[in-house]
Unconditional design. Sequence first.
Length: 122
Amino acid sequence: MKEHIRTILDFPIKGIKYRDITTLLKDPDLFSELIDKMTEPWSDKNIDAVLIHKDALDGHTNLLIIDDLLATGGTALAAIDLVRKFESKNIVGAGFIVNLPELKGELKLKKAGIDIHSVVEF
């Protein structure tokens, strides 16, 4: 998958390497393979939903957080905090297309008790 992610240098500001996943999203076969890879570690779990909309959590217990990028962990932690406000919800884990380990988001999620899986690391 890594070879299908385009790197745009100095975007949005100088010194940043922007990892553009639109190339993966445009190809239906790659996108399907990507979803399979993102959810693979949890394929044997009884997951009720892979979404976070408030009205969609009713009737679901085991949840998987899915996002394109794990950088500092802020977005994923916000989603986790939101889910934890509901009663009887179990976050099975979090899956990402890209993990940027140097930004330590993975460590923050693990500290919060969340198992993570990413397809590629940069």
